[in-house]
Design a protein around this ligand. Structure first.
Ligand code: SF4
Length: 253
């Protein structure tokens, strides 16, 4: 797989500039807010995550203030999020752990991050990439699906995809790969009915090559429901694309 060429094509498609530019130069975010925002984003739509994050950080902007917050004070601020009652308990516990065990500074290694309440592999990897600019591999539903469609991994769960991608993707591509694949998953490589005829990276994709040739794709789930897919010679169209909101840039459940 020519990852450099794939990222070039996706960057051009989604107007995201040069993916080689060091990530934090253009996207500096507070690691604490990346961490809390990513927990909020679990099972939550992007717009709701952004709204809840804004309300929460306006009142509790750092570990010290959030550690003292009562769940009943947090609930009204994050009610738009899925599992808001659970999160209202987890968030102050996470902030307390950062204060007590890490001196109020969000840790910058995977093992320490994974020891925090409410933090799983996706959240930990997001903090490294989007909070610290450290190469890591956040895998959400989009990254998991697209990696399998491309045929570079063959996995059942995002956790296995993360490990597999770490093996097959050179480290210099780890930081830009998540936001580009997430945006691709939201626009063309959708969960149902991927738009392979418009896809700028179809020639690297096992699924795209098969579907364009009218053959069955590798994954059962991607087989067209209504007859064979016709091979298409249409050129890639620049379509209106959705921007990745801040929450999606760090999100990768
Ligand atoms: S060719 Fe189709 S399946 Fe492959 S990445 Fe593009 S849209 Fe997704």
């Amino acid at each position: 797989m020519d990852w450099g060429a794939v990222l070039d094509r996706l960057s051009a498609q989604y107007g995201r500039g040069d993916w080689r530019v060091p990530y934090l130069r253009d996207h500096a975010e507070d690691p604490f807010q990346v961490l809390i925002g990513t927990i909020l984003s679990q099972r939550t739509r992007d717009e709701a995550t952004d709204r809840a994050s804004a309300l929460l950080f306006a009142r509790f902007p750092d570990p010290r203030s959030l550690a003292r917050a009562k769940p009943r004070e947090i609930v009204p601020l994050i009610r738009a999020c899925g599992f808001y009652h659970v999160k209202a308990t987890v968030l102050p516990a996470c902030a307390r752990a950062i204060l007590e065990r890490f001196g109020g500074v969000v840790p910058r290694d995977l093992e320490s991050l994974l020891s925090l309440p409410g933090v799983g592999p996706k959240t930990a990897n997001c903090v490294l990439v989007f909070g610290y600019g450290i190469p890591a591999m956040p895998v959400d539903t989009h990254v998991h699906r697209i990696a399998n469609r491309l045929g570079v991994v063959k996995t059942e769960a995002p956790e296995a995809t993360e490990l597999a991608l770490r093996r097959v993707v050179p480290e210099r591509y780890w930081i830009p790969i998540n936001p580009l694949l997430v945006q691709h998953g939201q626009n063309l490589c959708r969960p149902i009915g991927p738009r392979c005829e418009l896809c700028p990276i179809w020639s690297w994709c096992a699924t795209g090559v098969a579907l364009r040739a009218g053959r069955a794709p590798p994954r059962e789930a991607d087989r067209p429901r209504h007859g064979r897919m016709r091979a298409s010679t249409r050129t890639v169209a620049k379509r209106s694309v959705r921007r990745v909101p801040r929450s999606r840039r760090r999100k990768s459940i």
